[in-house]
Design a binder for this molecule. Sequence first.
Ligand code: SAH
Length: 346
Amino acid sequence: MEVKKKDIRALTKEQLREFFVKQGDKAFRGNQVYEWLWQKSAYSFEDMTNISLETRQMLEANFVINHIKVDQMQRSADGTIKNAVRLHDDLIVESVLIPTATRTTACVSSQVGCSLDCRFCATSRLKRMRNLNPDEIYDQVVAIDNESRLYHNRSLSNIVFMGMGEPLMNYNNVLKAIDKITSPEGLGMSPKRIVVSTSGVPKMIKKMADDKVKFKLAVSLHSAIDEIRTSIMPFNATFPLNDLREALQYWYAATKNRITYEYVVWDAINDKRKDAEALVEFCKFAPSKVNLIEYNPIDDGEFQQASSKAIDMYVSVLEANNITVTVRRSRGKDIDAACGQLANKS
Ligand code: SAH
């Protein structure tokens, strides 16, 4: 009977060190292999040139190295790149490289599909198949870092967890991936350059605060009125705004990190003055800023971006109340790489 080999990248550094000690080798060998796996992103044991042939063969007999494979790469006219990423079990997720004049941002996925039901988001139409493992999240970042060097002559500067899935529904693996991304033994990126975006799971926001995470938090708010939010994001019935607000206050008290609210203004849904005023009230609970994001149509015409007059109204109401607001344009729309358009179409 063939023994199913274990994914070596599921082991922590400590577990790798222990493995080598059990084999009668030095714990230090674990450090060397760990460095190959993470810092040097080795795809095979053969690449590990400072490890003896015998040890490499022993590793080969016991483990596999599961790497993602960029199956298809699409480049937009504006420089945005979308990767369709094949996982070891042939499921596909997408990640996006977004270049600006000074930065390269990676937008990465945390789940295959999504368990939430935001009615304006293409990903919500895919069933949630499974959570991504820490290495599958990490690999998306490495792939984009390589593409950034190749096509934009600079390394990756920022990461947003705004691809497919709800990161806080795969909290442990997202945290492990961020640990690797920020560790000097991984990519050594500053956590201040990482944003985790959530549709707002109160219990998990509190857990993040308790865990004293150092990355930034964005919340996809879209309405500060329960009835409206529930109509566009039905899970709001389970996690109403009061619970979300309380969790965000807890987050701010513990971390002193201000919160970014992502907000799309839609025609006839949340484009009235009372909607903007409700947002102002919500913003008063904890220091925050608002990103008004452009709507990216997902085909059925039910949701329409509000008029620029409505957007201007939001900006003036927010600014009159001293709330920082930016209006964000989408990138990569011609290749379905913009927010909410990730649905494995190609
Ligand atoms: N589940 C997480 C992260 C993925 S969505 C979250 O909800 O935050 C990333 C952002 O894209 C969210 O702010 C989401 O509300 C927004 N979004 C989803 N569909 C969109 C669409 N069609 N047009 C514009 N933004 C969209």
